[in-house]
Structure formats: C-alpha cells, structure tokens
Design a protein around this ligand. Structure first.
Ligand code: SAH
Length: 359
C-alpha cells in the first residue's frame, strides 16, 4: 500500500465512475456519491443513506473524501466573512464570502501563496508554497456554501483569492468542471470569474475550453515599464501580447471581459494613466473595475482619496468606457483584495512575518 489514497472529492464524475469500476463497485454508485459530496456537502460515508452498509464501510476504509477544515471564521462589520482553511498537509489558505454585491459571492484561492509577486499584494509576499488540488479548490466552495446556507441558492464564484489560477491551470479547470456538474453544485459558468495577471499561453488555452468562466485581467498599469515594476510576469507577457490575446478571446453573447486596475496613489492614478488606459482597452468588449489600494504593512504604496478615484473613473466614463469602482469589503478583518496571507511555509520566518504585520 504505497499508493496514496484517492481523494474522491477531487474527481470528476467520469473519473469517480472509473475508480469505482476498477474496484468492482457498480459505476452508477458514482452519481450517488458525487451528489452526496458536492450537492449536499456530506463527506462522511456513514451519512450516505442510499448506499448499502457494506459500501459505506468500503468507501470509508478505501478512500479519502477530503474537505478543508475551518480553523478561523471572522466576520466583518460589512458582513464579509473570511475563513482560514486548513488542508490535509496542514497548509492554510483563505476563502472569503462577500454578501450582497448584489449577488452572494465566494472568493476562493487556487494556490497556497503565489509566485507572481505583485508589489501591492500581500499574498505575493509569501511566494508560492504549492498548487491546490482540484478537490481543494472546489472544496472551498462546498465549505463556504455550507457555512452560509447557500448550498441550494445561487452564488457567484470569483477566483480572486490567493494564487494565480492560470499558473495552476489543470487543477483550476478541473475544479470548475466539478463545480459546473449538474450532479453536484451545478454552478452556471456565467457565475464564475477567473482573474489573472495575464499569462498568455494560459489565456490561449482558456480560449479553447469548451465551457468557459468570465475573464478578468489584472492590468494595473498602462506602460510596460510600470507594469513590469508592479506585476513582474509582465516582463515575459507584456501588455501588447495580453491585449492581443484578449482581442481574440471568445466571449459569451452580451458579455464582456473585465480589466481590474488597482489605483496606487501618485503612481498609476494620474489623468495621463487614465487616458492611456482608455487607449489600451477602448476597442475591446470590456469594462474596467477600479480598486483603490487596500493598504497593508509592508506594501510601499498609498491608497488614493475618493476624489482621485472619482476623477480617474470620470475620465474613463467620459470616453465611453464602462467603469465601476470596487468597494473594499472586509478590510477590518484583512479579507479585502490583496490582504490574504497566512503563516506557515512562507519565505519569511514567522518572526519576520509577525514583525511585518505589526508594523
Ligand atoms: N492572481 C490573480 C488572482 C488574484 S485576484 C490576479 O492577480 O488577478 C486579486 C485581485 O486583487 C487582483 O485584481 C489584484 O490585483 C487585486 N489586489 C491585489 N492586491 C491588492 C491590494 N493591496 N489592494 C487592492 N486590490 C488588490
């Protein structure tokens, strides 16, 4: 028994069927199992009441059905909830519930840490610890839906937690297929948004997927020089290449892609930046989502005033760019964009980390 146990929660339905068949278990049991795990959030086989006792015992003894466990659950004054989740190897990630945006939204992670090292993001300071498995990515949604009583209600999913989804492409796409499945949570793809720094080969692969989430590109700068300083992967995948990939990206009818733009005071928030942004995204079926920086210890940028944000937005709107300003949610519990960081397995020592957070 050197093989690690299979985690049934990380399998698509057809894989689950194959796994059961290989062990001489009727393949139609796969649908029942899948429904218990993903639709009802039940992972203890003892409670899978339409399975025989013998099968329940086999499931328990032969397989894992992993679910991230909640080690902290903080609620913001604005209703945002941040869960710290622990994985089977004791690594931790964060997942956020943002109510009334106007929809209910789950913000989930795709990696422990992140390799992109964006200058304004705390997760980037951690470096990449490891990729999440498909089961761990989809499992966050199960956990969030269960604690918010939304298993049977519609919600949106944004892949805007820790990590870069296109840097963990296969597991992320598999997790989405698990979530889309009619036998599971049946999340409609149009309710899912994948946010990326713009890894061009990943965008090209994504463009060929049969079922596709909405796309958000974290732009944040309008010249390659500045973008490379803020978003290091830009060195390899410069603005022109990203925008080319966007131009040919297949969009759903009536849908648009989003460009996210974090406003950093006196850095990328001037009228000249706004006009360059118009020139860059003008011809695209796109909208711009502005986010005033959520400041954090160790992040060497300032948050622009509401007036500065408004003037920037107005320049875009006056030139017929659809623009929205993202409200920061959950800042009091460090759940807002760019504030997700967990201890353990980071590049910094724990002491350094704490010093950083206390500053
Ligand atoms: N790696 C992906 C997914 C993470 S999304 C991506 O970068 O798109 C996280 C979003 O929050 C991105 O748009 C990111 O730029 C933004 N963000 C990161 N740090 C922030 C901060 N300190 N304040 C506001 N937004 C931030």
């Amino acid at each position: 028994m050197s093989d690690p146990r299979i985690d049934l929660a990380g399998l698509e339905l057809f894989e689950l069927e194959e796994v059961l068949e290989a062990r001489a278990i009727d393949r139609f049991r796969a649908r029942q199992l899948y429904r218990w795990i993903h639709k009802h959030g039940v992972t203890d086989s003892e409670h899978m009441t339409d399975l025989s006792r013998a099968l329940r015992a086999r499931v328990a003894s032969e397989f894992d059905i992993l679910t991230p466990t909640i080690v902290a659950d903080d609620q913001s004054v604005d209703g945002t909830r941040k869960l710290v989740l622990e994985l089977a190897d004791a690594r931790r990630i964060e997942s956020v519930f943002i109510p009334d945006t106007p929809a209910m939204t789950f913000c989930i992670s795709t990696q422990v840490g992140c390799a992109m090292a964006c200058g304004f993001c705390l997760t980037g300071k951690m470096g990449l610890v490891r990729n999440l498995t498909a089961g761990e990515i989809a499992g966050q949604v199960r956990v969030l839906a269960a604690v918010t009583n939304l298993l049977d209600r519609p919600f949106n999913i944004v892949l805007m937690g820790m990590g870069e989804p296109l840097h963990n492409y296969d597991n992320t796409m598999k997790a989405l297929r698990i979530l889309y499945s009619a036998h599971g949570l049946a999340v409609p793809p149009r309710r899912v948004t994948l946010s990326t720094v713009g890894i061009v080969p990943g965008l090209e692969r994504l463009a060929r997927e049969v079922v596709m989430p909405n796309l958000a590109i974290s732009l944040h700068a309008t010249t390659d020089q500045q973008r490379t300083a803020l978003v290091p992967p830009n060195r390899k995948y410069p603005l022109a290449d990203i925008l080319d990939a966007c131009r040919t990206f297949p969009l759903r009818k009536r849908s648009r892609m989003t460009f996210e733009y974090v406003l950093l005071e006196e850095v990328n928030d001037t009228p000249a930046d706004a006009r360059r942004l118009v020139a860059l995204v003008g011809g695209l079926r796109a909208k711009v989502n502005l986010i005033a920086l959520n400041p954090a210890p160790g992040i060497p940028f300032g948050r622009p005033s509401d007036d500065r944000v408004d003037s920037f937005a107005r320049i875009l709107a006056d030139r017929h760019i659809t623009v929205s300003v993202r409200k920061s949610r959950g800042r009091d519990i460090r759940a807002a964009c760019g504030q997700l960081i967990v201890e353990g397995g980071t590049r910094r020592s724990a002491a350094q980390q704490i010093a950083l957070l206390m500053r």
